[in-house]
Every structure is written in C-alpha cells, then in structure tokens.
Design a protein around this ligand. Structure first.
Ligand SMILES: *[C@@H]1O[C@H](CO)[C@@H](O)[C@H](O)[C@H]1NC(C)=O
Ligand SMILES: *[C@@H]1O[C@H](CO)[C@@H](O)[C@H](O)[C@H]1NC(C)=O
Length: 219
C-alpha cells in the first residue's frame, strides 16, 4: 500500500510527459537555428542546416505575405505559404503561416493539414470557417475582422467568403511544413488518376458523373 502511494506522483508525472509528447507537433530544435539548405543532397527529417557562418538577418525575414494573392482561379481564393520551403529560416522551429485571400463567393476548398493544428485570424472581410470532426459533426463560425477560429490537427476544413468585399486571413500552424490534402483535387485530379470505378462506388454515382467532376480539374 505504501509503495502504491509513493508511486503516484511519478505516475502522474509520467502521464503528463506522455501527454506532452502526444500533443507536440514538430520536434524541438537542438540548436538556436538551422536555416534550411534546400539544395542539400543529404535527405533528413526536415532539411540540413546551412553553415551558421553564412546566416544573416535576411534568413529570418520574409516579405511574401505582404503581397495579395491573385484570386482569379476556379476557387476564387489564393493561399500564399510562409513555410520552410518559401522561408528556409523556419527549419526546425515548428511554426509556419499562410496568407489566405478569398474573393466574394470564393472558397479555400475543403482540405486538411496532416501535420498541424491551424489557428486562423481574419484581418478583412467576412469569412465562414468550419471543420468536420471524426464523428462527422460540422463546427463553424462566421468571422469578422480580429476574430479567430481553431482547426484541430488533420481535420477537413474550409473557408468561404460570405461578405461583399475581399476577405484576408492569416493562418498559423504548429509545423514548419503542415502539408495540405485538398479533398476535391486529391480524389479527382491525382496523378495517376484513381480508377473511375472506385470513385463511382465511393460517391454512389455513375461513371459519367465521375468523368464530369474529373473534367473540372483538368489542367
Ligand atoms: C496566387 O497568387 C500568385 C500571386 O499573384 C500567383 O502567382 C499564383 O498563380 C496564384 N495562385 C493561384 C492558384 O491562382
Ligand atoms: C490574375 O490572374 C489572371 C488569370 O491568370 C490574370 O488574367 C490577371 O492579369 C491576374 N491579375 C493580376 C493583378 O496579376
């Protein structure tokens, strides 16, 4: 009985540690910084560091999100990435951001980020944001400027401009490279294509409907 009692704080500590490990996103860095050498031939989990002697202030600066994305495309939206690929200074730091421009009536279509939770803050316009849980419940809100919404890691979500003006949002991620799986293009525009029979069965429609949807994403 005594030993059971003395073990409890340790067990508590252990379960807390396990919890921390489970909710952590990208691994912690082992040095101050590790500006990605995107051209390196060595393949590691992330990117090798460029030599610290060659690192300058410019490596920690990125102006890409200051420019509006062009929304003249089929979805009426444009996502500008500030992830490790466009901003190599983020390598090993476990964070990234996107700029999302959405034209009136446009959508950043249903998609998921396999490696990150997303926090979204609206800067301009009115934006419907929502995600679907694994028990198929739909959670959503219409955001006004300054308001935020959080999308739990890996869940399918979207943004839709319900206002009369352009909408501008900034999204932040707990990963240097969250990854994106866009539901429509993943299923109907993969390379090579998923067999029509699979999609016809999955969506309970005939092959003509599958062909019609595929035709919408031909480049
Ligand atoms: C997003 O905007 C940029 C900058 O205007 C443009 O180069 C790019 O083609 C746009 N992307 C899409 C998918 O329309
Ligand atoms: C936006 O993209 C469209 C379609 O590609 C193009 O016609 C238009 O000139 C672009 N607008 C700007 C401001 O670059």
């Amino acid at each position: 009985m005594e030993s059971h009692y003395t073990k409890r704080p340790f067990l508590l500590f252990l379960s807390f540690t396990v919890l921390l490990v489970l909710i952590r996103a990208d691994p912690d860095p082992l040095q101050d910084f590790c500006v990605a050498d995107l051209g390196a031939t060595v393949v590691v989990n992330g990117f090798p560091c460029k030599p610290a002697s060659g690192v300058t202030s410019d490596d920690f600066f990125f102006a890409g999100l200051s420019r509006e994305g062009n929304t003249s495309n089929i979805f009426g939206s444009n996502v500008t990435n500030a992830n490790v690929l466009s901003f190599p200074g983020l390598n090993t730091l476990g964070v990234s951001m996107n700029r999302v421009d959405v034209a009136p009536g446009g959508t950043n279509p249903p998609h998921s980020h396999p490696r990150a939770t997303e926090l979204i803050i609206l800067l301009k316009g009115r934006l419907l944001v929502g995600f679907i849980s694994t028990s198929n419940q739909f959670f959503s809100k219409v955001l006004n400027p300054g308001e935020m919404f959080v999308v739990p890691k890996g869940l399918i979500h979207f943004q839709y401009n319900v206002g009369k003006e352009k909408a501008l949002a900034i999204t932040t991620f707990d990963s240097q490279l969250p990854g994106v799986v866009i539901a429509s293009t993943t299923l109907f525009a993969s390379n090579p294509a998923i067999p029509d029979d699979v999609l016809a069965k999955a969506f309970q429609v005939d092959a003509k409907v599958v062909a019609l949807i595929k035709s919408k994403f031909e480049r």
